[in-house]
Design a protein around this ligand. Structure first.
Ligand SMILES: Cc1cc2nc3c(=O)[nH]c(=O)nc-3n(C[C@H](O)[C@H](O)[C@H](O)COP(=O)(O)OP(=O)(O)OC[C@H]3O[C@@H](n4cnc5c(N)ncnc54)[C@H](O)[C@@H]3O)c2cc1C
Length: 305
């Protein structure tokens, strides 16, 4: 029996674990991936909005955190696949057959990028379908790139790539772009950016790598093909909350609903970070929420002991 089981080792789960350790709680963190860090591992931009820390990218941010993680005394299991969770009983069954139990659970499973679910999308991953504009920017000189999405992430990337690419085509479903004005106003200055509103991508085509996309415009009877070298999909994120559905309260977008103590509607089950924060997902928000959950758990346990 552990004091605390934490699911997910992104910034929220790691911060919760560090605080649990500092507060003397017996803690085990379960991470499905090979490495800790969560979304930090896919940040290639400079992080300058975490108070008192500046890092060139997410890996550097994680490296700054590493000495603290190494000296802490909580257990961490990576490559760990969870089969099922019984939130009321605070019991977790692993795919390996092992059963774990705790007094409190902290869910810190974050979010994942939405996918289009169209032919070619999985097939051409990292073969023309870009994981990050920042990461690949230097390889894209003179390329024709298609960006899917009309929000901040799509437009920010379009502006970033317009400086190096031959053309950037933004395809989005809405009638108007959802991105903030700061980004949309800059479009005019970039003659190599074309925007297709009320349009969807229906296929990504190619042989060894991406060669073209198929675009269907609203009211058109047939899609048309456009030759591109690369595709970047930025159509938002969704919370990793499936494992817990039907056991706790989710909002309409499937984010976990919590109170000011980060507690869900199941007693002693907490949710921290992006999985419970649809409004302002940030590293500082995630680590702050992890700290809050750990401190609430510690004060409850101490009053019982
Ligand atoms: C490109 C990019 C740039 C960003 N730039 C900034 C920035 O400059 N400043 C800023 O403040 N924020 C930035 N963010 C956002 C920031 O990274 C997130 O807000 C933060 O990582 C959220 O932390 P988290 O721990 O809640 O979730 P995540 O980082 O998503 O971590 C969740 C962890 O849980 C694990 N997990 C999921 N399901 C399970 C399961 N069933 N079992 C076990 N483990 C599981 C995942 O593998 C992952 O390791 C950026 C994000 C991206 C993608």
């Amino acid at each position: 029996m552990h004091d605390v089981l934490i699911i997910g080792a992104g910034p929220a789960g790691l911060a919760a674990a560090l605080w649990c350790d500092e507060l003397g709680l017996d803690t085990l963190v379960l991470e499905q991936s090979e490495a800790v860090g969560g979304q930090l591992l896919s940040i290639y931009n400079r992080i300058e909005n975490y108070p008192a820390v500046i890092a060139e990218n997410g890996s550097e941010f994680l490296a700054l955190l590493s000495p603290k993680l190494e000296s802490a005394d909580f257990d961490l299991w990576t490559n760990t696949a969870i089969e099922s969770v019984d939130l009321k009983a605070k019991r977790i069954a692993l795919q390996s057959g092992e059963q774990l139990q705790a007094i409190s659970l902290i869910i810190a499973t974050g979010v994942r990028r939405r996918t289009l679910g169209i032919p070619g999308e999985m097939e051409f991953r990292e073969r023309g379908i870009l994981s990050s504009a920042n990461k690949h920017r230097d390889e894209l000189s003179g390329h024709d790139v298609c960006i899917v999405g009309g929000g901040d992430a799509a437009l920010e990337n379009a502006l970033l790539l317009a400086d190096v690419c031959a053309t950037v085509t933004v395809v989005h479903r809405g009638r108007v772009l959802k991105a903030r004005r700061e980004f949309t106003e800059q479009l005019i200055a970039h003659h190599n950016i074309t925007v297709f509103p009320e349009s969807v991508l229906t296929r990504i085509l190619g042989k060894e790598k991406v060669e073209a996309v198929e675009i269907l415009r609203k009211d058109a009877l047939k899609p048309f093909q456009m030759a591109v070298h690369d595709v970047l999909i930025r159509i938002g994120v969704e919370p990793n909350s499936e494992l817990f559905k039907d056991q706790l309260k989710l909002n309409e977008q499937k984010y976990i609903v919590v109170n000011g103590a980060q507690e869900t509607d199941v007693a002693n089950v907490f949710a921290v970070g992006d999985v419970s924060n649809p409004l302002a997902p940030t590293i500082s928000g995630a680590t702050g929420a992890g700290a809050t959950a750990a401190k609430v758990i510690a004060s409850r346990l101490n009053s019982r002991r």
